[in-house]
Design a protein around this ligand. Sequence first.
Ligand code: SF4
Ligand code: SF4
Length: 447
Amino acid sequence: MSEIKKNEISGKVRDAGVVGAGGAGFPTHVKLSAQAEIVIVNAAECEPLLKTDQQLAARYPELLIKGLTLTMESTGAQKGIIALKAKYKDAIAALEPYIRNKDNIGISIMPDIYPAGDEVITIWLTTGRRVPPGGIPLNIGVVVNNVQTLINVAKAVDGIPVTTRTLTVTGAVKNPITVTVPIGTSIRDVLKLAGGGSVDLSYINGGPMMGALITDLSVPVTKTTGGLIALPNNHMLIQRKRMTVDNILRIAKTVCEQCSFCTELCPRHMIGHELSPHRLIRAVNYKNIGDPLLVTSALTCSECGVCEAYACPVGISPLRVNIALKAELRAKGIKYQGELGKEDPMAKHRLIPSARLMDRLRLRPWYKEAPLSLDIYEPDEVVLKLQQHIGAPAVPAVKVGDLVSVGQLIGEIPEGALGAKVHASIEGTVTQITPQAITIRNGGAAK
Ligand code: SF4
Ligand code: SF4
């Protein structure tokens, strides 16, 4: 692969505004500019109820393999691994013909456990390599991208920017469905596509384990919106996500038994990271900051939620305590400096079977098919956030009153900054620009 071709791929991906669709939205062109040995397609989709990636892999195998191949070419990787679960039979059957004659690409079947889709755990399960605490996959020669990201990479090279997002809308809605909507569509409009919800429901943006409670249905879908889950207001997950940090800290102080189950089941701890949630709870409860490294290990928490939702027998949330600690540490500019320790020899036996997690979270009644719809919804208005990614917000490249067409650049990466471009997702008129977002109203668009 010549340097010119490599730059060409990452340049087109940059122009198309591709960001990591499965996580915090790291700009993909930066990953593609690095050198790696292995590229992993993270198709684990381990959050209970979500069914987007497995259906996209089954429906668009050619695009997925194209995105993977381009990423391998761009990074110089010699090996591609598609990491998924045996139960995604349609995806496996669809992908197999495309990799049959490729020596350098294979499927890796992962156990049906949570959190198989946490990229650190995906890498460990598929290659045996361990990302150091506070490190990134590139530190051990690996690039991980999820299914939707790689499909967007394949389209980017053909000059098609990211203007839509596919997501599962499920739970206590009338018709659970996996839909594709223009980025910027309101959550309220997306819920209507699934038959709507009722007043006694609450909504989670993302999966039940890692998703956040939605407090305003007018917020728009972004490039990283993971899914929408409707649950009754009195469901345990909703109640838990509503708890304030003060409440959580009070409970931690009064009832933590220091049983250490949270640490024994912490996936990061199992693979040799120092992170030990029971010790962090103790440090917070007793203001024991004697070992500063211990407290900074909160920065290495993946926020998978195992300690909170599964491990703790008395309802404490080490996860939320860690989130609070992280915010404090980041505000002070503190980084974690610890080393990778030994892997727990029992680690693979301690990971949580998905079925057991679903029962523990009382999600069985909401486990439904959410078939992929091929229609693309057309909203009257979209609100495109200027920051849907890690890095600096995009700078508006249009003004109020401009007519825009689908795919037109409306937000540019600031000079010299890490960021991602933003494109119009519907045809129409720019009606508002704020420091946070650009609003486009359907109608009277430029050709
Ligand atoms: S599992 Fe719960 S009670 Fe046990 S140490 Fe962790 S936070 Fe404390
Ligand atoms: S959320 Fe809990 S279990 Fe998950 S990585 Fe953080 S401390 Fe470990």
